[in-house]
Design a protein around this ligand. Structure first.
Ligand code: SF4
Length: 210
């Protein structure tokens, strides 16, 4: 049968989106971020983690404060690199948080460049925010029932402000010039679904070829 009568195979919607990651557009995207951006991001992160640990210690059960600190270190040194950095354009480069230069010392680059394929596992990092938000909310409740003080209720407000301004900062300064933004779920949640579909197609193809 002539090929033109065969039903056309639809290309997955991801293809045009994925290509945008590596399109060279000098002046729009950054290949390396300035040290000032990295320093500001680490100041925000330190404030966020420090206040987060404070609220985890406030809980007073299960040694939650120590668990929080240990889990934070694991998230930074294992989860973040394996879920995101090894598939990132900035692997080996000075990314906006500086990990791009460090991660290659400990982890090999992934075979696929599908940045968003495993992004769903970022859920493992969520407790680092859910714990302080949960404990802080309990403190607010306590303040409503008794008395509001700067410590701890006011500090919870500071923690939320840090989260808010940190996000505003990296969206404006980092994400806007990032080569990954077309496929980054932080920027566009649809990118995660598209990335997972692409990964599923690749796996299926591999199984089919075996
Ligand atoms: S778009 Fe933003 S969150 Fe996503 S990889 Fe780039 S800098 Fe990071």
């Amino acid at each position: 049968m002539s090929r033109e009568f065969l039903p056309r195979r639809r290309e997955p919607a991801i293809i045009p989106v994925m290509n945008q990651t590596i399109e060279p557009q000098p002046g729009i995207f950054k290949d390396q971020y300035p040290y000032t951006t990295i320093i500001v991001r680490w100041l925000f992160l330190t404030a966020e983690m420090g206040l987060g640990a404070y609220f985890a210690f406030l809980f007073g059960l299960f040694n939650l404060g120590y668990i929080y600190i240990i889990y934070g270190i694991i998230a930074l040194t294992v989860l973040q690199p394996l879920i995101r950095c090894v598939r990132c354009y900035y692997y080996g480069k000075r990314c906006n948080i500086g990990l791009g230069k460090l991660v290659p010392l400990f982890y090999k680059k992934a075979d696929d460049d599908n940045f968003s394929a495993y992004y769903g596992y970022s859920i493992l990092i969520w407790p680092l925010r859910l714990i302080p938000i949960g404990v802080g909310s309990l403190q607010i409740l306590d303040g409503l029932l008794s008395e509001f003080k700067f410590v701890p209720q006011g500090l919870f407000g500071v923690y939320l402000a840090v989260l808010f301004f940190h996000r505003r900062f990296y969206r404006a300064v980092s994400c806007s010039k990032c080569r990954q933004k077309a496929v980054c779920p932080v920027y566009d949640i649809v990118a995660m679904r598209a990335g997972m579909e692409k990964q599923g197609n690749l796996t299926e193809k591999r199984l089919h070829n075996d």
